[in-house]
Design a protein around this ligand. Sequence first.
Ligand code: AMP
Ligand code: GLY
Length: 424
Amino acid sequence: MKVMLIGSGGREHALIKKLKENKEITELYALPGNGGMAAEATCVPIKATDLNAIEAFAVEKNIDFAVVAPDDPLVLGAVDRLEAHGIPAFGPSSKAAIIEGSKVFSKNLMKKYGIPTAQYETFDEQDKAIEYIRQNNRFPIVVKADGLALGKGVLIAQSLQEAEKAVADIMTDKIFGDSGNHIVVEEFLTGPEVSVLAFTDGKTMVPMVSSMDHKRALDGDQGLNTGGMGTVAPNPYYTPAVAERCMNEIFLPTMNAMNAEGRTFKGCLYFGLMITPAGPKVIEYNCRFGDPETQVVLPLLKTDLFTIMKAVAEEKLSEIKVEFDPGFACCVVIASGGYPIKYQSGYPISGLKAAEEKGAQVFHAGTRQDENGRLLTAGGRVLGVTATAKTLKEAIEKAYDAADCITFEGAFKRRDIGRRALNA
Ligand code: AMP
Ligand code: GLY
């Protein structure tokens, strides 16, 4: 089988490593891939959003199966275009990917089908939004841009003044681009956050092991929001009782709602949840594997990933038993100094082998190889170092032990990944 994967981050590297375990796959391509993936796949310099080039490549190479990992090609319709050529693909159609592509859509979906989420209103006029915030008069309040906004696009305002600025920043100054033409203003929820990725073919919903992201740049959840500085799995706040409520009140109702809207979702559906005093509520949906969640979830997956992906594409997920290791995983992200704002790239990376010798897996997120095959930094989040163990404490210690072997100029990581989970 010739398989191609679209994407280039740590999530994609974790997917590649897992796909490699399947011996049916004889050729594996990553578009565009990165410096680390070159060890496992043939990297092809085609951008993840260049659908014309992706389509042409897939046809020319006679690709048998495609995995589309990032949000933007999914929203743009990469899966639809491949399927039009008879190439099966893992990932939702563009019509279904809108569940992440538009927050206005997903909020309205949840309201229509009674899926628990923060109370909200949507606006396309700044004055009306501010009028609502003034009348509502409850702070903090959350202001979200409608579109993808690169996983950011959320501002939390502590006062009316801050809320007015947030609305103006998004709608007038367009700090998140055109995704700010429409906004969602919503109630501020409290409680621990849980990420749950689920395989679904539109008929069956199979949640994977839960995880906890660490979104802020600095220790103690300080600093700016990032794509994620580390993860642990499973998430201790996701108890069996919470899991059951999520399945009945959120996961299955979401699958059914998308079917009822004529937008059947097939692929990996990501539920960003908050366990509030009133029960679990949806903070956000993503139409794809989360990053760095995938870097702790997949190392615990026991069932063959490619078999699951094919079953999802063929709508036969119910025929497969998906199993996870009962242990724990911790992923520590090593980032470039200055991330998530401004950082330098192109620094040589050392200590990768030593880290792997500690028993950890190193996923490359932002790396490239120079002409001599030397690995250089090439992004904000550079590497994810994951360890698994029988206890969470051991997994955390092992991940840090390995991550501490790796150095490059300006490298930084949080020192407290997993602490909150450990103390839960
Ligand atoms: P999102 O991109 O929607 O996941 O939002 C990013 C982060 O903002 C979330 O992980 C939460 O920590 C926070 N957030 C988003 N919506 C809310 C909300 N309604 N109440 C409290 N925090 C929120
Ligand atoms: N880690 C959050 C996300 O993938 O959007």
